[in-house]
Design a protein around this ligand. Structure first.
Ligand SMILES: [Zn+2]
Length: 462
C-alpha cells in the first residue's frame, strides 16, 4: 500500500474513532498486499486494545486420525521462542501487561489478546515471534501432547467401553453426529502426530492470505504503518484446498441409552433432530424457534410439572449438518414421563401454532441481546470474530432486520417440518441407580453367604 494512504488511514483512525464507535457494524477493513485481511475498529474506550488473529485452519480440515493437528500446533506455538521456553514467553507477555490465549475451532485457530493500548505494537511483535520463531523440537511436541491429553480427558478403560461409555466427552448430539458420519467416533490418538507433520501444517496454513487480524479499542495512530511493515512482510502461500465436509449417512439409531458413570439417580433426556433448510431466513427462523421452544419447555417441564430443573434447547453444527436438540435433566424414574411430556408439548405446539404475543416478547429479547452482547472492546472483537462470514467491504451484516421479518407462520412451518424429520432420542444415565446398587449389593452378599454355607458343609462332611 502507498505510504500516503497509510498516513491517511492513521489520521482517519484518530479523527473518526468517536464517529465510528456509534455504528458497531462499521469497521475500517482492508487487505494488505500479501492478502492478510485487517479489521480495525477504533472505539471510545481508552487505554485498552482487544486483538484477535484468526488463522483459517481448524478441525474440519483434517481426517479423524489427524483431527488434533491444528490444536496441537496451537499449543506448540506457545511453547517458547528461545531457551527460556514457555515460562520466558509468558513472562514477556506479562511484562507488557497483556493476557493471551488461543482457541482451535472447526473452521479456525484464533489467538486472543487483551493488551494495554500503549503496548499494542509490542504485543503484536511478541505474537508474531510466537507464530514464526517457535522451534518444533520433539520435547516440545511431546509436552504439547500431554496438555491436550489432559484437556480432552482420559480415554475410557476397556471395561467402561463394554458398558457403553463412549470415548468422546459426554455429548449426546456429538454421539448422534458420529453415528451419522458427521463427527469422529473415537478421540484422535496423538501418537502419530510428529514435528515434521506439524511443520508442514504450519507452512501450508499459517500464510498471510489465510489470516485476519481484528483490532478493537484505543488504536494507535501509527498502527496502519506498523501493520503494513510487520504483517505486510509475512509471505502469502498457495493454500491447500478446503476439505469437503462429510455428508450425512442418514443412519442413526432412533433411540439409545448411553452409560455415563457407575451409580446415580439422575438422567439426561436428549431429543435430537437435524435442522432442515428453510430458505432465505434460515438462521433467524431456527434461532427464534429455539428461543420459543426453550421458553415453552422451561415453562412446562420446570414451572408446571416440576420434572426438570433447567431444560434447554440448543443448536450445534457437526460436519455439514446443523442439529437441534431439546435436553432435560430429570430424576431417573421420570425418564419415561419426561419423554411423554416433551412429545405432547411439541405435537400440541405444531398443531395449534405458536403464540404471536410470546414471539414478540422473545424477539425483543433477541434484538436487545445483540446490543448488550457486543458491549466493550473485548466483546465487540469476539462478535467480529464469530461474524467474519458476513463481513463485506467495511461492514458486518446486521442480523436484526432478519429477526424482525420472521412471523409465527414461518416458525409454525419450520416446527412442523422439524417434527417430520427422523428424531434421535438419547438418554444418558449411570449404569445403576442407588436402589439398583443396593440390589446388586444384596445379591452379591447372598451369593457370598451361600458360598460360605457350601464351604462349611463341605468341610464338615470331610
Ligand atoms: Zn487446547
Amino acid at each position: 500500500m502507498a505510504r500516503s494512504l497509510t498516513l491517511l488511514l492513521g489520521l482517519m483512525l484518530m479523527l473518526c474513532s468517536q464517529l465510528w464507535a456509534a455504528d458497531r457494524l462499521k469497521v475500517e477493513g482492508y487487505p494488505l498486499d500479501n492478502g492478510l485481511q485487517l479489521i480495525l475498529k477504533p472505539t471510545a474506550e481508552r487505554g485498552h486494545v482487544s486483538i484477535r488473529l484468526v488463522v483459517g485452519v481448524g478441525f474440519d480440515q483434517f481426517d479423524c486420525d489427524q483431527k488434533e493437528l491444528p490444536h496441537l500446533l496451537e499449543h506448540l506455538l506457545f511453547s517458547g521462542i528461545d531457551a527460556s521456553g514457555e515460562a520466558g514467553l509468558e513472562e514477556r507477555m506479562q511484562a507488557l501487561g497483556g493476557d493471551w490465549n488461543a482457541f482451535t475451532r472447526d473452521s479456525d485457530t484464533t489467538f486472543v489478546l487483551e493488551v494495554p493500548a500503549a503496548n499494542q505494537r509490542a504485543a503484536l511483535d511478541l505474537l508474531l515471534a510466537a507464530l514464526f520463531n517457535t522451534e518444533f523440537t520433539p520435547e516440545r511436541v511431546e509436552a504439547a501432547k500431554q496438555v491436550i491429553v489432559h484437556e480432552n480427558g482420559e480415554h475410557p478403560a476397556a471395561w467402561q467401553r463394554l458398558l457403553g461409555a463412549s470415548s468422546k466427552r459426554n455429548d449426546a448430539t456429538e454421539q448422534v453426529a458420529a453415528e451419522l458420519g458427521q463427527a469422529c467416533a473415537e478421540q484422535d490418538s496423538l501418537e502419530r502426530l510428529d514435528a515434521a507433520t506439524l511443520e508442514r501444517v504450519h507452512e501450508q496454513w499459517y500464510v498471510a492470505n489465510n489470516m485476519t487480524l481484528i483490532m478493537v479499542g484505543d488504536l494507535d495512530r501509527r498502527l496502519p504503518a506498523y501493520l503494513e511493515r510487520r504483517f505486510g512482510e509475512l509471505p502469502p502461500g498457495p493454500m491447500p484446498e478446503l476439505r469437503e465436509l462429510p455428508e450425512s449417512t442418514g443412519h442413526a439409531a432412533p433411540e439409545r441409552t448411553m452409560t455415563t458413570g457407575l451409580v446415580g439417580d439422575t438422567a439426561q433426556v436428549n431429543l435430537i433432530f437435524t435442522e432442515p433448510w428453510v430458505g432465505e431466513l434460515d438462521q433467524g427462523t431456527w434461532q427464534l424457534l429455539r428461543d420459543y421452544l426453550q421458553w415453552a419447555v422451561y415453562r412446562d417441564l420446570r414451572l408446571e410439572q416440576g420434572l426438570a430443573y433447567s431444560p434447554s434447547v440448543e443448536r450445534s453444527a457437526y460436519g455439514s449438518s446443523s442439529f437441534f436438540s431439546i435436553n432435560a435433566e430429570v430424576a431417573r424414574k421420570d425418564v419415561a414421563q419426561a419423554q411423554q411430556r416433551l412429545h405432547e408439548l411439541l405435537q400440541h405446539l405444531a398443531k395449534d401454532g405458536l403464540d404471536d404475543v410470546t414471539l414478540e416478547r422473545l424477539r425483543s429479547v433477541a434484538l436487545a441481546r445483540q446490543n448488550w452482547m457486543a458491549q466493550g472492546n473485548s466483546a465487540l472483537a469476539d462478535t467480529y470474530w464469530s461474524s467474519l462470514g458476513s463481513y463485506e467491504e467495511g461492514r458486518f451484516a446486521d442480523p436484526a432486520p432478519e429477526l424482525r421479518k420472521i412471523h409465527t407462520a414461518q416458525l409454525d412451518a419450520a416446527l412442523n417440518l422439524l417434527l417430520k424429520q427422523p428424531s434421535y432420542l438419547r438418554v444418558e444415565q449411570p449404569l445403576l441407580s442407588t436402589s439398583g446398587l443396593y440390589g446388586v449389593g444384596a445379591v452379591a452378599a447372598l451369593v457370598l453367604l451361600l458360598a460360605l454355607v457350601g464351604l462349611v458343609s463341605l468341610l464338615r462332611r470331610r
